[in-house]
Design a binder for this molecule. Structure first.
Ligand code: DGJ
Length: 555
């Protein structure tokens, strides 16, 4: 960073501190990870996204807020509709945003606002009536969708978005209840064959895209790299010259133009109030893009490089993760992009009981920044295990946050027939054996939540585990000290930063009657001990010792 910029930032910080303002939320990239900083500290979003229409009146939201609090969310993702914000051209109404901020503050929650502007799920159902009734000014690509080649549409959306961000700065620039903004929603649609699109397709590929592909060639997703390399890494030419004939070129072309449109909107907002911004992708139906099934042009993993080149104002490329959860989670960790899910779970045939498992897996195995089931205001989340999961997770967030980006944090959940899985830590290996298959019962009566957990190596010989429905056997991965001694297992939680023991676990509750380094987190069976919670935090301390006579023999 140059000296002038540093001085400017320091001056701004000093100004904010003098005014009692909280630090503006921001994302920070560092070796192996990205952090979201809120109130000056790393923040993991234990979130939920409201149904599309819930935030359309304060009255409808009134009974929902306390439910969000009792689910132990720290962040709610909520819609801001362009149509409701600018019902008449140039007349902006932010009363719903104000009501949302007030509601969130009253319930100790933060907000991620979702700008449903030109597109929501590929179509334009949230664009104002004065836009949708003027196709001469605001061109369409179909009866229901605006074209990404409409300059007047883009500018109108950017003006409204900038006004929203200016308003947020005015009403929330001290408290920072709103921590991020999503720009549009699940972009991507059928191909744009308008005359504007055809003219653009016949033109040369912009230099900026080719320069960025060349700069990142080694890291590009094969979908784009193979086409560009296959055409001889051309530094100029039309879209078919540079990427060849075929549907993939159409997809890359559309991705670029949607990205440029969104960049214009996002940059306009950031110029007045630089909150972290992201886009969300509707996930692909299969493993690779299929033009017959998938909407084209959206920020999905295969074209993320095109979006990164075209929309540098975006901080994060998020995935709405409803199917083939593990595969999608891995696909979006690309070129430093973190796993961030504003939507997931319990929709499109996905079992909502799997949300707690997916939360711990995402934060543990993929070091996610955000986990957020969609339709969090659905009745089904009342009394759901997600509430306890978030409460326990929040308790250990200060301990696990510094481990993100290292091999000392892992997570698991059972998705198929796998009986067991192994995880390597620093000097240790953990073998997880699954006991419960979701959504069946496998020994735990009426249990549909399955086997899952998160494991954190909090010191060289100490682990914290938040898990259920599985046993976890630790072994030494240190050849000089191949034997392990169990120094004690406790159930507990952190109170004021200090570990407080609730129960000392041994005998039946630990492998080998307490003598082995095997955790068997409750519930052990359908019979729960009085006062026992459905998910507990365990701390295990061990010692690695040299080989001795009798090692390996059983009692
Ligand atoms: C994905 C969208 O992004 C959400 O707004 C919502 O429509 C869900 N699908 C459920 O239909």
């Amino acid at each position: 960073m140059n000296r002038h910029l540093t001085l400017l930032l320091l001056a701004l910080l000093a100004h904010n501190v003098a005014n009692g303002a909280a630090e503006i939320p921001r994302v920070v990239r560092q070796e192996g990870r990205m952090d979201l900083i809120v109130d000056g500290k790393p923040w993991l979003i234990l979130g939920g996204e409201l149904r599309n229409s819930s935030a359309s009146t304060p009255e409808f939201m009134a009974p929902i807020w306390p439910e969000m609090q009792s689910l132990h969310l720290n962040t709610v993702f909520a819609t801001v509709s362009w149509r409701q914000t600018e019902p008449e051209e140039g007349k902006l109404d932010f009363s719903l945003v104000d009501a949302m901020i007030a509601g969130a503050r009253r319930h100790g929650l933060r907000l991620g606002l979702l700008w449903f502007g030109t597109w929501k799920n590929g179509v334009s159902g949230y664009a104002p009536n004065w836009v949708m009734t003027r196709p001469d000014l605001f061109p369409r690509l179909s009866a229901t969708a605006l074209s990404p080649f409409g300059v007047a549409t883009r500018d109108a959306d950017a003006r409204a978005f900038r006004a929203l961000l200016a308003h947020l700065k005015r009403v929330d620039g001290t408290r920072r209840t709103v921590i991020m903004v999503q720009v549009q929603n699940e972009i991507g649609t059928g191909p744009d064959r308008s005359s504007l699109a055809r003219a653009s397709f016949a033109a040369l590929v912009p230099d900026l895209l080719i320069t960025q592909l060349a700069a990142h060639e080694a890291e590009l997703q094969p979908y784009v790299r193979d086409r560009w390399v296959g055409q001889g890494r051309r530094r100029s030419g039309t879209w078919t010259d540079v990427f060849g004939e075929g549907p993939a070129t159409d997809d890359i072309f559309h991705a670029w133009h949607y990205a440029r449109y969104v960049e214009h909107v996002a940059a306009a907002g950031k110029a007045v109030y630089p909150l972290p911004m992201f886009v969300n992708a509707c996930q692909l139906r299969g493993e690779v893009f299929d033009p017959k099934l998938d909407p084209i042009g959206g920020p999905v993993a295969p074209v993320m490089d095109v979006w990164m080149a075209g929309a540098p104002s975006l901080d994060i490329f998020a995935v709405d993760n409803y199917h083939r959860f593990k595969l999608q989670a891995a696909a979006f960790r690309h070129r430093g992009n973190p796993l961030f899910m504003p939507e997931c779970c319990g929709w499109w045939g996905d079992d909502p009981h799997t949300a707690p498992a997916k939360a711990l897996y995402s934060f543990g195995e993929h070091h996610a920044l955000a986990f957020s089931p969609f339709g969090i205001d659905n009745e089904m989340y009342r009394g759901h295990l997600l509430s306890v999961t978030y409460r326990k997770l929040a308790n250990i967030v200060p301990v696990i946050t510094p481990l993100r980006g290292t091999a000392r944090l892992h997570g698991f959940f059972r998705t198929d027939d796998a009986k067991s899985e192994s995880f390597d830590f620093d000097g240790y290996r953990a073998v997880v054996t699954y006991r419960v298959v979701p959504p069946c019962t496998d020994g735990l009566a009426n249990d549909r939540y399955g086997s899952f957990g998160l494991m954190a190596q909090t010191a060289p010989d100490e682990f914290l585990v938040l898990a259920r429905g599985a046993s976890i056997r630790f072994t030494s991965a240190d050849p000089a000290r191949p034997a392990l001694v169990n120094l004690g297992v406790e159930e507990g939680e952190f109170v004021g930063g200090a570990w407080k023991v609730k129960r000392v676990l041994s005998g039946d509750e630990v492998g080998g009657q307490g003598a082995e380094c095997t955790l068997t987190p409750p519930p052990w069976s359908s019979q729960r001990v009085i006062g026992e919670e459905p998910l507990v935090i365990l701390r295990l301390r061990m010692a690695r010792i040299p080989a001795y006579e009798g090692l390996g023999a059983t009692k």
